[in-house]
Write a protein that binds this ligand. Structure first.
Ligand SMILES: [Zn+2]
Length: 265
């Protein structure tokens, strides 16, 4: 009977850019990879498995993180990117065969790069990322304000669950609207109307003029979005030689890597 090897997995230290906490994560093992592969079925499962997988790979965590629940509530989506990067770095090191579409000739070509060579981080300048809420007065929808914040893993999971499993078409809208805490309308006469239920927020969002949506994202980028990790590389098109700066989507690539690691070996 197998009693387990007495080995220590390689570890990597991660500082989360938003909440400014320090973690150690260890490499995934084969069983954990397999579990992630089986989770590609639904968005909720992917989300749950990804968060659990990261949590279980943590070998050293800050004092305030008591359990899985406090972890979800104290980790923003951008912090998860950083933890995922650490996990990726220590498990795979290389970002392999990442498909790039050339902006000049539109042809695709694969690139392989050391994950660490693409990494940079901009830390959130203050320590109130979890409580900060910013009011955005919409330029076209007069009298309507959107309140934006940086969602945590807990908020993401709650939103996913509130919609149930069979609403695949709303997935993009759900993801886009996670940064919205509520809409508030102040009519010239009568009471203030507040929409804070997830479904109401999504419906309200879809009814906005396009310019208002742009204003929301402009503000989000200024206040929250510019902080976090970046995986950026300069690549040269193999077909026409055009150089381009590529932003790597780590979550997408993580699942691609989990899936393909045994195929091309
Ligand atoms: Zn090209």
């Amino acid at each position: 009977m197998f009693k387990g090897f007495d080995i220590k997995y390689p570890e990597y230290e991660v500082h989360t850019p938003h909440t400014n906490l320090s973690y150690n994560v260890r490499s995934l093992n084969v069983q954990e990879e397999e579990r992630l592969k089986g989770s590609l079925l639904s968005a909720i499962k992917v989300n749950e498995h990804l968060n659990k997988c990261i949590y279980e790979a943590i070998t050293k965590k800050p004092e305030e993180i008591k359990d899985y629940d406090t972890f979800l509530k104290h980790t923003t989506l951008k912090d998860r990117d950083a933890l995922l990067y650490g996990l990726y770095h220590i498990t795979y090191e290389e970002i392999r065969n990442y498909d790039v579409t050339c902006p000049s000739c539109r042809k695709e070509y694969p690139v392989t790069v050391q994950a660490s060579s693409t990494f940079s981080m901009t830390a959130f300048p203050t320590n109130d990322v979890l409580s900060k809420v910013v009011k955005v007065d919409l330029p076209i929808s007069q009298g309507v304000s959107a309140y934006i914040s940086q969602p945590t893993l807990f908020e993401e999971m709650t939103a996913l669950k509130s919609l149930g499993v069979s609403t695949g078409t709303n997935m993009d809208i759900l993801t886009e609207t996670l940064i919205l805490k509520k809409f508030q309308q102040n009519p010239e006469e009568g009471d203030t109307i507040i929409y804070s239920e997830r479904e109401d927020i999504m419906d309200a969002y879809m009814s906005l003029p396009a310019k208002d949506k742009r204003e929301i994202y402009k503000k989000y980028k200024e206040e929250f979005g510019q902080y976090g990790i970046n995986l950026r590389m300069l690549s040269t098109c193999v077909h026409c030689g055009t150089q381009d700066t590529i932003d790597i989507d780590l979550v997408e690539n993580f699942f691609r890597m989990v899936h393909s690691i045994w195929v091309d070996k």
